[in-house]
Design a protein around this ligand. Sequence first.
Ligand code: ADP
Length: 508
Amino acid sequence: MKKKVLQSLTVGSAIIFMLAGCGGNKTETKESTKKETKTEASSTDVATGASAQAYTDPKDLQDKYDIVIIGAGGAGMSAAIQAKDAGKNPVILEKMPVAGGNTLKSSSGMNASETKFQKESGISDSNDKFYEETLKGGHDKNDKELLRYYVDNSASAIDWLDSMGIRLNNLTITGGMSEKRTHRPEDGSAVGEYLVHGLLKNVTELNIPIFVNADVTEIKEKDGKISGVKVDMKETKEKKEISSQAVVVATGGYGANPEMIKAEKPELDGYVTTNQEGSTGDGIKMIEKLGGQVVDMNQIQIHPTVQQDTGILIGEAVRGEGGILVSEDGTRFINELDTRDKVSAAINQLKGKAAYLVFDSGVRERVKAIDFYDKQGFVKKGETVADLAKEIGVKEDALDKTVTDWNQAVADKKDAQFERKTGMDKPLDKGPYYAIKIAPGIHYTMGGVKINAKTEVLTKDNKAIPGLYAAGEVTGGLHGTNRIGGNSVGDIIVFGRQAGDQSAQYIK
Ligand code: ADP
């Protein structure tokens, strides 16, 4: 498909409203190419995560589609676009009042190797290196078939997005990676809202019906094949059965389901979550009822840098662009860009189980998301390092020495203290200086339903369930026991596309 996004909608600001937890005005779509009648995004939508997109009117819901796609995050929307491009008639059913899921909240970017944007920036990367580093980050527990497919199809996924006007040409690095392969929007802003906005715009332009407040409660099977779903339309209070030859489950993870988290990993009981409230593991439960296999269910990622009052994640790009972590004593305590599990564990060892993310104006200019964190009131400021130390209540001389030593390590290209090797391109020497207080929070569920590289859902004896596909955070295996930052956006696009293609091919 060659399609350009024509103009920017006002989604970004709507999403900012959501993240900020404050209300906003009623928004409506500027252009609508859908045949179906549209409902406007309500003011609540804006307040809870909306886009300016109008969704399909619930009364236009049909009894039959070729493919039902459950969930309107990145995986679901990618699958829908690909299935539609293959000439099929998909529908997207989303239980929340708005599209986007956790994808909307993703910050760092999308990992991919051997891309045209890396080449343009003079970065020589390889799929094999990306494979090896992801495997190392996942402690060698990754599903190797999925991982191979993922890295080998990452560059074409970047091109596919670009062909739809979703351009991720600004490169940064995340923990556990040795190359700049995390692709962000040109201005360095958080990837999630830009991506969701772009996908939703393409879904609309392709006339793909997308229903919100549409909670899928069951996946139906007949004669050993998938035959459709049951959906609870929350606005009209109608319960409906929809028939389809194939179903793509793209319902995301279970990071917002405290019972499931506690059952799988009791020690995480009480942790804040960065997840949106729709991430309750529904897809996993529905697939298990059909005899589907689940893997790695107790592999739950805690992200090291989460603002604790709001559950808002402070993106890894802040460290990738040069930020450091300091304890209450004003000293560094870890290679800040070690993998998420190790950095989280180190923070949990500190007094107060929290740390400060410290950076300068240079980092702030390079990471646009910091403006958003500032609007939330998270960012403390000092004209000098000593002023900042006073502001956050750590010893001035200690923080001063930490920043001086760090800048020396950057100049020497050698961090003798913690062996950090990345995110050291520039020193922290441009005032004013800033700090955000963070601690770990539940972020991502690595486990989920077992699929093969065709995204077919497998039974306990590894047989594909005919007509059932899954992609994105609902699946398990790709990330092993620790997901690398930037690999979930890659996952949802690569496997979302594959689920759309494969389900379309499956249909006679
Ligand atoms: P991914 O990153 O894998 O695309 P997201 O979290 O971004 O996952 O998106 C998953 C979407 O699926 C969310 O918007 C979520 O609200 C939606 N969802 C979850 N369960 C259901 C369900 N039972 N019916 C419809 N939509 C669902």
